[in-house]
Design a protein around this ligand. Sequence first.
Ligand SMILES: [Zn+2]
Length: 118
Amino acid sequence: MPIYRCPRCLATDISADAHPTRVLRGAIEVQDVMVCRGCYRAAELEFRIACETSGLPYAPQSIREGLRRLAFFYRDRLAAWSAPELLVDDADRDAATRPIRVALEDVERRLRLAVLEP
Ligand SMILES: [Zn+2]
């Protein structure tokens, strides 16, 4: 089954409940990091401390950018579930991907609202 665990605690499946954060590798901000709800605050705090330690400016993550990254992440999770080599029947796939589809719909709705804001 295509389970996607939080890379920070390695415990929680974040396939349908991910939180976009950032990490600093050297002086480069790496943006493609998703963590679980429980790790999110600590991960952002670590990023902020890493920026301050390296003398780099810290800026809060843009909401629109975070939503855009979440939408990509959830679409990737759905794509992983629809891979032909994955031997699951349609009913199981449907049940397993329902929370991901709900999460993606929510993100897309919030993204449409964010686009309307100035
Ligand atoms: Zn975690």
